[in-house]
Design a protein around this ligand. Sequence first.
Ligand SMILES: Cc1cc2nc3c(=O)[nH]c(=O)nc-3n(C[C@H](O)[C@H](O)[C@H](O)COP(=O)(O)OP(=O)(O)OC[C@H]3O[C@@H](n4cnc5c(N)ncnc54)[C@H](O)[C@@H]3O)c2cc1C
Length: 412
Amino acid sequence: MNQRPIVVAGGGAAGFFAAIVCAEASPGTKVTVLERSSQFLSKVRISGGGRCNVTHACYEGRELSSHYPRGGAALLGPFRVFQPQDTIAWFEARGVELKTEADGRMFPVSDSSQTIISCLVRAAQAAGVELFTNRGLEAVARRGEGGFSLTLTDGEALGCQRLMLATGGCRAAAAGGLAVSLGHTLEPPVPSLFTFHIAAPWLRELAGVSVESAEVSLPGFGLRERGAVLVTHTGLSGPAILRLSAWGARMLHGVDYRFLLRVNWLPHLGREAISAQLESRRAAQPARLVVNTPVPSLPARLWERLVLAAGVPRETRWAGLSRSGRHQLIEQVIGTELGVVGRSLNQEEFVTCGGVRLSEVNFKTMESRVCPGLYFGGELLDIDGLTGGYNFQAAWTTGWIAGRAMAGEVRS
Ligand SMILES: Cc1cc2nc3c(=O)[nH]c(=O)nc-3n(C[C@H](O)[C@H](O)[C@H](O)COP(=O)(O)OP(=O)(O)OC[C@H]3O[C@@H](n4cnc5c(N)ncnc54)[C@H](O)[C@@H]3O)c2cc1C
């Protein structure tokens, strides 16, 4: 049987990074990457709409870890070792400059994920990493004398001393089978970062309308987020909705994605301030139609729909808006209630919540506490971040720590 000191299963962000870091830290030690598909780094390629949102300009560990609905506490220590500053420096040292967008997301200045892929592949080759595509890890067994016996998808048998599993998110529980076969527990996988399906026809007619700062909340679940909201052909999307989907991932799965969503379209104004705005409209423009004169900062099409949804007839003029009509309108603006009936994958970025249970992994080394010599990294773990570069950062950080630890282990 062919022997290798270190094998990494999974040629994605975490596995590739770990292999490079390990090979650079321990020159002369052969590090092997096994990728099941025909391409390395395929998620990096499609990430961030083809631009790859590599990380986020957030450099304080506690603040950074607050962007992970699952795994934030476990990542606190690792972020002291490798955080976004280190990611920026790592890529810069290899000729890739990153830029920061207004919302903190960081991309290569080329705006192309190919830049990141080329950098990683070059670095792996330069460090002497042995790279295989179309060769997945099919099965693994612990050897009595230490190390692992591997069966590959092409039928070949391989032995190794250290094994890293970086096989990505378990969208189906079977994808975590290798970890389970070595004694690990999987937190059940469910999607995170999804958009909401809403049946209300009036909302769907507004597809394309966006509101810069709305507040969306799930009254039944105690969750609330503020930020941009976008109306789509199927319902609602945008950063605030994606954050809500991430924090509520498990609970919303539990109710089969059927729940009540409340939207406050003007959260920065209280009920009183909105009431004052309506009053000043009535005084200044009594003869204008209510549907045609939106309050500032609300898109005209949305305003029209909110007026009608409040039960105010289309022909109502400001002078004729009754007290109860005004009350209904305010309630509609600050608390539109929408029935969510399902979800869609967000095209820009999605991840799986769930994966290898974190208490079974030592986050100083990313080594298994259950099976010595076994390491983990990336989305296979029960870690997932909000949209904005946090998921790749978790892959770089855990990959870095696993790579260094595997190199150290082999040297000692
Ligand atoms: C459309 C989309 C866009 C995204 N955009 C962003 C973004 O801009 N920023 C961000 O931070 N995050 C983004 N993400 C999330 C990010 O891509 C993942 O969190 C990240 O790729 C996880 O890295 P990983 O190495 O753990 O897993 P992956 O990148 O999924 O890599 C795992 C690899 O393992 C291989 N594999 C699986 N099983 C085996 C096996 N048995 N043997 C060998 N190989 C195996 C797979 O083929 C795959 O290549 C996006 C996700 C999607 C789906």
